[in-house]
Design a protein around this ligand. Structure first.
Ligand code: SF4
Ligand SMILES: [Zn+2]
Length: 304
């Protein structure tokens, strides 16, 4: 067995195609750069803040974006929030510090404890004790997006990049569809922008067309210092079921994930057209919000 492109050995089989290590790395990086070009994710004048957790997805996005930024002489930095999830968070943070030091990337570090007084698990149990039952991932997502947007705007970054991949996006599309929340999917896509607001720093997903399998392989071949276990708080049973179902389908019928994403990309302009309009500002913190109080301020209010 030899590589389909260069006839070298040994080979890796990805989506039914056999490639050697170098050709796989080249294929993967080309795919990310094509996504950036095709969906105009980054403009020459952009400066990019990457939301990094220390995991394989965001570290991969950070690495490739940093290589591009060096070529284009663009400003780039990483942003992380210590969620206070025991050893898992500690290891992620030390890995990320090591990676940023090696790649000479400025890292902005924050912690939920410093910002809100408690770690993620405490916030969840305090809210539960007051009758507000929110999943860890919901709280984590709301607070992280809030802090990320605030910092990006303050430091004048023009784009925020995340490590969302093909599997994440396909799961979210199906979950919204199954729950009858198709309009929530208007926020998805390689670049955010269902609603416009000057206070909202657009979010981009350069790994949009890369599967979790490909990212795992790329990060292992590049020897990134990352841990591969799942976050201990990711106990969203519904997402886990959808993930398992999609995994089984992708194994039996390769191309399922791409099929979901490609058909979704055809309908997203229609979803966004229906959601046109300006978003308001939260009356407490001034961040973009559809309601009087943004979701983060609602959580903070309940924590008091
Ligand atoms: S799995 Fe959930 S709780 Fe863990 S980091 Fe991701 S969003 Fe946060
Ligand atoms: Zn607010």
């Amino acid at each position: 067995m030899v590589c389909k492109i260069c006839s070298k050995r040994p080979v890796i089989t990805i989506s039914g195609v056999k490639l050697c290590k170098d050709c796989f790395i080249d294929y993967f990086e080309r795919k990310v750069k094509r996504t950036i070009r095709q969906y105009k994710l980054i403009d020459k004048k952009d400066s990019i803040l990457v939301a990094a957790s220390g995991g394989k997805d965001s570290t991969t996005a950070l690495y490739i974006l940093n290589q591009l930024a060096k070529q284009r002489r663009q400003k780039i930095a990483a942003f992380t929030i210590d969620l206070g999830i025991g050893d898992y968070s500690k290891k992620n943070l030390s890995n990320l510090r090591k990676f940023c030091k090696k790649e000479k990337i400025k890292l902005y570090e924050f912690s939920l404890r410093d910002e809100f007084g408690y770690s993620l698990c405490y916030i969840k149990s305090i809210l539960a004790s007051k009758g507000v039952k929110l999943k860890s991932c919901t709280i984590c997502g709301v607070l992280r997006r809030h802090m990320l947007n605030k910092l990006a705007r303050k430091l004048k970054f023009t784009k925020v990049a995340t490590g969302h991949n093909l599997d994440d996006e396909a799961q979210t599309i199906l979950m919204n569809q199954f729950k009858g929340n198709i309009w929530l999917s208007a926020k998805l896509g390689p670049i955010g922008g269902a609603v416009k607001s000057k206070s909202f720093v657009p979010r981009i997903k350069p790994l949009y067309f890369c599967s979790e399998k490909e990212i795992t392989l790329y990060s292992k071949l590049k020897k990134f210092p990352v841990q591969y276990r799942r976050c201990p708080c990711s106990v969203d049973a519904y997402r886990a079921k959808v993930r398992a179902m999609l995994k089984e389908f992708e194994e039996k019928y390769p191309g399922t994930l791409n099929g979901i994403i490609n058909s979704f990309l055809e309908i997203i302009p229609y979803l966004r057209q229906k959601q046109k309009g300006e978003v308001g500002l939260c009356e407490r913190c001034g961040e973009p919000s559809m309601q009087k109080l943004c979701k983060a301020c609602e959580i903070i209010e309940k924590l008091r």
